[in-house]
Design a protein around this ligand. Structure first.
Ligand code: AMP
Length: 211
């Protein structure tokens, strides 16, 4: 049995063509079904539908053999020893620093003032500002980070930006790119050893599909 952990929404939709290329077709649509374990056209392959931030945990503990997770999720997770054979080049976006329109970020950084930064991505943000030698107060949020500068909770946010429409709609602007983000295939190392005959061809099919 091979179990693949995926999250609903963007990752599931973008992974479908790659699964198809590996000869795997889910028998249910997770957007319509309430099932959390989906059968596929291949009796020995199942998909488990979990929260995006839980994908690395399922794979680390071997409850799933493979998974698809964003680089942002992987950098924020404490999971160790996951094999990451492929950048799937899906779910691409950028991790950015953003502030209210009109906020002079460059001048504030130059002045050495301590910034309040709200984010879901505290590991990534801490490392970024430490590298720049900036002192910041990090405020952990779980969503709707755009609200933080508008309500005075924070001076800046660190968030993923795709089209930039959400920032624009909230009168925010991106001022610094931290890193490009995309989704990665992750594999449990023990599973790869024990089930290499089944897993290796899948990795190769995904790789061909990306190219
Ligand atoms: P956009 O308005 O297209 O810049 O999208 C911004 C919002 O969509 C962000 O606040 C994110 O929560 C979410 N988002 C966009 N792209 C991604 C992605 N690749 N992975 C996770 N969340 C994303």
């Amino acid at each position: 049995m091979i179990t693949i952990a995926l999250s609903k929404g963007r990752i599931f939709a973008d992974t479908l063509p790659l699964l198809n290329a590996a000869g795997i077709t889910p028998l249910d649509d997770p957007e319509k079904s309430r099932k959390l374990i989906l059968d596929t056209n291949r009796a020995e392959v199942k998909l488990v539908i979990v929260r995006a931030s839980d994908v690395p945990t399922y794979v680390q503990y071997g409850a799933a053999d493979l998974g698809v997770a964003g680089k942002d999720v992987l950098l924020e997770s404490d999971c160790m020893g996951l094999y990451q054979p492929l950048d799937l080049q899906i779910g691409t976006c950028k991790m950015m620093v953003a502030v209210r329109e009109g906020f002079d970020y460059v001048a504030v950084v130059k002045s050495g003032a301590r910034l309040n930064v709200a984010t879901k991505y505290v590991h990534i943000a801490r490392e970024h500002f430490a590298k720049k030698g900036m002192h910041v107060n990090l405020i952990k949020l779980y969503g709707s980070m755009e609200l933080a500068p508008l309500t005075g909770l924070a001076d800046a946010i660190v968030d993923v930006v795709s089209t930039g429409n959400t920032l624009k709609a909230n009168k925010l602007m991106a001022v610094e790119e931290i890193m490009p983000i995309s989704s990665r295939l992750i594999v449990n190392r023990a599973a790869l050893k024990l089930k290499r005959d089944q897993i290796q061809p899948m990795i190769e099919a995904f790789e061909r599909a990306i190219q």
